[in-house]
Write a protein of this length. Structure first.
Ligand code: RIB
Length: 303
């Protein structure tokens, strides 16, 4: 078997996606127009998209001992994702998210993290061989930072590139996590919260100073900007698509970016794949179900 290229340290949530005409105001009850239950969680979404984009992927995650855990494992296995680093925790509930999507495709999400909060550094240690043998380790902020930091330390010691997606938006990221982060990806809101700056061209340089290689600021319908070393910022526009649901579009960006980066080592080419996959993910309801395969991503990225 060929070695794993990307290890994702991250969350799994069972998503309950409710379509509504308008997101409810505080105190308001509204009726849903439709419902979809599907695999989700930022870590799982990014792993699934990276696998669909052609990478060999392993998942380091914690799920409960319920039916949702069976669905998680079935989802990953169907995509060819290595699940040897997934812990099934007795007496815990698998993570769950309630996602509300309005008529414009905008969403609000509530996550009940469940088993995700029990992913720890010891768990990562047990999978040190996978982490140290990969090309890229990818993490988000829906699982404990101690586990991510340990994974990044192992990766750094083995010369493996580390990518942190600072989502959900944190108020701060500790210096010791950023010290072992090579590539940091934020959206504009997350970047504003972390730096106090209000524009991508101020956010990017401020973040680039704190990480090893590159910072990327994603801008939704405006595309994304890559800040890398001494090079001029590389801005790329988004593809115009008919938006059904933006849920998971950011995860699709990261997953496809990671897959292309692992395959080519070229962050510029990877940015194009990320934007194409993000746009395609907006054209269908839900997260995992909306993620495209490599051929469709390549066709749009190179159009
Ligand atoms: O980024 C989208 C994801 O955020 C959803 O799948 C939901 O589970 C939450 O983690």
């Amino acid at each position: 078997m060929q070695p794993v290229e990307i290890v994702v340290v991250g969350s799994y949530n069972r998503d309950v996606v409710l379509s509504v005409a308008q997101l409810p105001a505080p105190g308001e009850t509204c009726l849903a127009l439709g419902r979809l239950t599907a695999p989700g969680g930022k870590g799982s979404n990014q792993a699934v998209q990276a696998a669909r984009a052609g990478a060999r992927v392993a998942m380091l995650a914690a799920v409960g001992d319920d039916l949702h855990a069976d669905e998680a494992l079935a989802t990953w296995t169907a995509c060819g994702i290595d699940v040897s680093g997934v812990a099934r925790l007795a007496g815990r509930d698998t993570g769950m998210a309630v996602v509300m999507v309005d008529a414009r495709g905008e969403n609000s999400i509530i996550v009940d993290a469940g088993a995700n909060t029990h992913l720890d550094a010891a768990h990562v240690e047990a999978a040190a061989g996978l982490v140290g043998g990969a090309k890229l380790v990818v993490a988000q902020l829906e699982t404990p930072v101690a586990a991510t930091r340990r994974a990044f330390e192992i990766a750094r010691a083995a010369g493996v590139t580390t990518l942190l997606n600072a989502a959900p938006a944190p108020d701060a990221i500790s210096d010791d996590l950023l010290a072992v982060t090579d590539i940091l990806v934020v959206n504009e809101g997350e970047g504003q919260r972390l730096t106090g700056a209000s524009h991508a061209h101020a956010i990017g340089p401020a973040l680039l100073q704190r990480v090893g290689q590159a910072a990327i600021v994603t801008l939704g319908a405006q595309g994304a900007v890559l800040f890398q070393g001494e090079a001029e910022p590389a801005a790329r526009g988004a593809h115009r698509v008919e938006v059904v649901d933006t849920t998971g579009a950011g995860d699709a960006f990261i997953g496809a970016f990671a897959a292309r980066l692992a395959a080519t080592g070229d962050a510029g080419a990877a940015l194009a794949w990320g934007l194409a996959a993000g746009a395609l993910a907006c054209t269908r309801l839900g997260a995992t179900d909306s993620f495209a395969e490599a051929a469709a991503i390549a066709a749009l990225a190179e159009a």
